[in-house]
Design a protein around this ligand. Sequence first.
Ligand code: SER
Length: 319
Amino acid sequence: MRKILVTGATGQIGSELTMALRERYGNDNVIAAGHKRKPSKKLLNSGPFRVIDCTDMTTIEKVVREFKVDTIYHLAAILSAVAESKPQLAWNVNINGLYNALEVAREYGCVVFVPSSIGVFGPNTLKNNTPQDTIQRPNTMYGITKVTGELLCDYYYEKFGVDTRGVRYPGIISYETLPGGGTTDYAVEIFYEAIKYRRYICYLRADTYLDMMYMPDAIKAAIDIMEVDSNRLIHRNAFNVTAMSFSPKDIANEIKKYIPDFVIDYNVDPTRQAIADSWPNKMDDSAAREEWGWKPRYDLAAMTKDMLEKLSEKLKVRI
Ligand code: SER
């Protein structure tokens, strides 16, 4: 049985991935670690929780030794919009934090999952059907840290034999924990505002296409890639994965099918718009499909239906 450490367990993906891993591998075998955000009761009551500051290697090492961890899901990271306003912090957390996790993994023989992102692509990358292997010249600090992370993971595998694996996540949509300062956050906020106020003011232009994924698929990707036989992986660390590609106008139209009086307005934030404009419209994820059987379950219609159901229940608002 695996002993798993999840850093960033209080974040958008971490909070749900930890619970899914606990269900699969046993509560006591999955150690949740957070830093600044307060852990939910659910996270605290269902298994071990520790505070880890990933920029301080000793705090990671201590937990890995205490629990004899053999698998690390290293999710602690700063998202794209925050990274643009605090580039030094983003470098420190996303690069030094990852370096520390990899060093501990090397020393203690852990397998490591590291999420990369659509942010690794830049303005001169092909925007439609963005290939798995292509130009990666991002012009954001977030993208720079994520490309460096991909290279670092490759290096630790080639040089030290650390079994590193990862995917390039698109925007993730979920109803449990809010994302913290990404460019794709609008696709989550829109549901909260639609249910509560029937109106949403979007910070991206109506025609901005981006790859997206519903949380159950994001979790499935993280578990599946870690369970596949290592020999099947050619790309290992940075698989393009996507489930749908839509624009703010598309998702608003989908929501209107359930909330006919919903209105979307636009007040474009130049920083986030520039980030979004530098990212792909739609990635080609055939390498992930071929090498480890990636297949998402939710498209825009299925995701919207489920999000509205679950979120209206959570917010106790009938739609
Ligand atoms: N969701 C992320 C962000 O917007 C992309 O990886 O920063």
